[in-house]
Design a protein around this ligand. Structure first.
Ligand SMILES: *Cc1c(COP(=O)(O)O)cnc(C)c1O
Ligand code: SF4
Length: 328
């Protein structure tokens, strides 16, 4: 670690990247799980802060299941394709996705702090993709020229992997666009690498002229750590509105009790449930699929049990649709 790296960068550099060390840490036998040891295009990547939330000795742990490469990823299944939502050509070209009215999504970086096995990014090793200064300028020009755009979503990859300096420069530039009203950050980092929520990050978010919303990505109440709770408290004290999106995943959270507990625990952190996504059908993720009827049955139980404001919208992304489609 050089003297300028901060502790979150150190934590990231020391994330688990091989199956055997993670299994050893968790005291489980890799053979029990038919693990894939060699997956160069989308390797195992798990920060210790997240691994520490997994249950020692439990090969079925719902957090482990989200990150451990296993044999079923190699199977072909009908309807599971490389680019299920039709985003990736746009990503590669200019880093701006203007799919919905009045809001655009900016791919700020291709990298994430964790590799989630169910993610549609898995088929595109674009971890080197960065919003270059030329592309950033093009994105700013595009937003400036389109006054109907009122919200920018920083996505990726994970935008909180940008350095404070880069993020600050981007926010400051966006804040000079007069018709922009909100800046939204989609990030799994507060959940998987909460040490990233540093005082300097909080200060630069608070400095934004446009109010900042952050949409977290938490799939199970067991992902909620005391460090995440503290990060959320700090974010809220700095004026950030917090929402959460989850993906419905077989063997992880396809259970009404688990989903209710997630919403209730998030509420205690001041995080409101936003979306519960049906899986994007990317190649290699079929073993995570929950069929629509099962999803709707679960949803019925949740709607009965929880107050309406703790029920996330159950949605599916459909290529070409003008918004995320309700399943119900
Ligand atoms: C999900 C998504 C958004 C945001 O949609 P909201 O319904 O506003 O949360 C914007 N652009 C793209 C390309 C998306 O996939
Ligand atoms: S984009 Fe989100 S879901 Fe996909 S690997 Fe990164 S953190 Fe995980």
């Amino acid at each position: 670690m050089n003297s300028t790296s901060s502790s979150w960068q150190h934590a990231l550099a020391n994330a688990f990247t091989d199956v055997d060390s993670l299994c050893q840490y968790l005291k489980i036998q890799p053979e029990q799980l038919s693990v894939l040891r060699n997956f160069p295009t989308f390797p195992l990547k798990v920060p210790l802060e997240f691994a520490a939330l997994m249950e020692i000795g439990n090969p079925e742990d719902p957090l482990l299941r989200q990150v451990l490469p296993i044999q079923p990823e190699l199977e072909d299944h009908q309807g599971f394709v490389a680019d299920p939502v039709g985003d990736l050509p746009a990503v590669a070209n200019d880093g701006v996705i203007h799919k919905y009215q009045a809001r655009v999504l900016l791919i700020t970086t291709g990298a994430c702090a964790i590799n989630c096995r169910y993610c549609f990014r898995r088929n595109f090793p674009y971890s080197d993709l960065q919003l270059s200064s030329r592309k950033t300028q093009q994105a700013i020009d595009y937003i400036t020229a389109n006054p109907e755009i009122t919200e920018v979503i920083l996505s990726g990859g994970d935008p909180l992997l940008l350095s404070d300096d880069k993020l600050n420069a981007l926010l400051q530039t966006l804040n000079t666009i007069p018709h922009l009203q909100r800046i939204r950050i989609h990030s799994r980092i507060p959940v998987v690498l909460p040490s990233r929520i540093t005082p300097s990050l909080l200060a630069l978010l608070k400095n934004s002229r446009c109010p900042v919303l952050m949409v977290l990505h938490c799939n199970h109440a067991r992902e909620i750590s005391s460090q995440l709770a503290e990060a959320c408290k700090q974010l809220r004290q700095h004026g950030i509105v917090l929402l959460n999106q989850s993906v419905l995943l077989k063997g992880v959270n396809d259970n009404a009790h688990v989903l209710c507990e997630l919403s209730e625990q998030l509420f205690t952190l001041g995080v409101m449930p936003y979306y519960l996504h049906q899986l994007d059908k990317a190649k290699g993720v079929a073993h995570f699929e929950v069929d629509d009827q099962t999803a709707l049955d679960l949803y019925e139980i949740i709607k009965r049990r929880l107050p309406g404001y703790l029920v996330p919208k159950l949605v599916r992304e459909k290529a070409g649709a003008p918004y995320k489609l309700n399943l119900y």
